[in-house]
Design a protein around this ligand. Structure first.
Ligand code: PSU
Ligand code: MN
Length: 309
């Protein structure tokens, strides 16, 4: 079998109990070792504390795994040869027996196929600055235009062209709501400065939107629940702008392209803000994971048969 759902996740799904999908690229390629392993466990614990079952997703030795045990989580966090897998990489990874961490696109595709409705991450990929030259646009966007999953995130990474990314999300039919904010969050920053069309203020409201999506039964697309990092935990905006500008030039000078761009910039920010960007990133992810657990609970509570054991 090429996809394996852990027993705990399988039972929770079967009994319509809340499950939250978590991605693994954030762990393998977005955070520094060895702290990434502690964070991976901490995020799973936060999902449990919020009353849901965590389903961290990755490909291990050619098997897509939904819900990782300690051994698999260690491998993803510690083994530097773990690849970065977007949705298009899943088939070759499975066919060749590869091991890789899944990005938002691959995680959302696998979660959706397994029947998981809620997914939490840090910041989505999107349209890169200077897109007109490089055509670099994350596969996250197109995939989210095709799966009926609610993604809780702190917006899209601020290394990107945020207005262009929001335009693309509109084109792709992806619903975007601000959680407790009228502005699209800015990943490390509480606000990107861009407005959102819809603001929701409770997890019950988010669950109601998910159920309305179900009732519409139209073309499937994601619901982006954009949840800002608390303002007292955001990165200092002036520091952010200064270091990011230098990071973008450094990436250009070094000729960094393709899958390496995002990890390069995240690491550049981390090093040159002396770890402050990492703390803001972690604060964002923690908040998203907690919120996702509560959303999954509110959604499950409104479903027939919920809580049945
Ligand atoms: N959120 C974070 N850190 C990350 C990511 C998200 O806080 O590293 C990852 C996600 O897996 C996302 C990927 O899908 O970055 C985007 O990579 P790219 O720009 O190459 O598509
Ligand atoms: Mn890219």
């Amino acid at each position: 079998m090429s996809t394996q759902v852990s027993e705990e996740v399988r039972e929770a799904l079967h009994e319509s109990r809340p499950v939250v999908a978590l991605e693994s690229t954030l762990i393998a390629h977005g955070l520094p070792r060895p702290r990434n392993l502690a964070v991976a466990s901490e995020l799973e614990e936060a999902v449990r504390a919020g009353g849901a079952v965590p389903a961290t997703i990755a490909v291990i030795d050619g098997t897509a795994r939904i819900g990782l045990d300690g051994t698999a989580l260690n491998r993803i966090a510690e083994d530097p040869s773990v690849r970065k897998l977007g949705q298009r990489d899943l088939a070759p990874a499975l066919a060749t027996g590869a091991t890789g961490a899944t990005t938002v696109s691959a995680t959302a595709a696998l979660a959706d196929a397994a029947g998981i409705r809620v997914f939490a991450t840090g910041g989505l990929g999107g349209v890169h600055r200077e897109w007109s030259e490089t055509q670099d646009e994350s596969a996250d966007l197109r995939l989210l235009g095709r799966v009926g999953i609610a993604v809780v995130c702190a917006g899209v990474k601020s290394i990107l062209d945020v207005p262009a990314t929001l335009q693309r999300l509109e084109t792709l039919g992806v619903t975007v709501v601000g959680y407790g904010t009228a502005h699209f969050p800015g990943f490390y920053l509480s606000s990107s400065g861009e407005p959102v069309d819809w603001t929701l203020r409770s997890v019950e409201e988010v669950a109601a939107v998910m159920r309305a999506q179900d009732r519409l039964d139209g073309p499937r697309a994601a619901l982006i629940v954009a949840n800002p990092v608390p303002s007292d935990e955001q990165l200092d905006p002036a520091l952010h702008d200064r270091v990011l500008a230098r990071g973008l030039s450094a990436a250009k000078e070094k000729g960094i392209v393709g899958q390496a761009v995002t990890p390069f910039l995240l690491e550049y920010l981390m090093v040159h803000t002396e770890g402050a960007s990492l703390e803001a990133n972690l604060a964002a992810v923690r908040g998203n994971v907690r919120l996702a657990a509560h959303i999954a609970g509110a959604y499950a509570a409104g479903k027939p048969g919920a809580g049945a054991r």
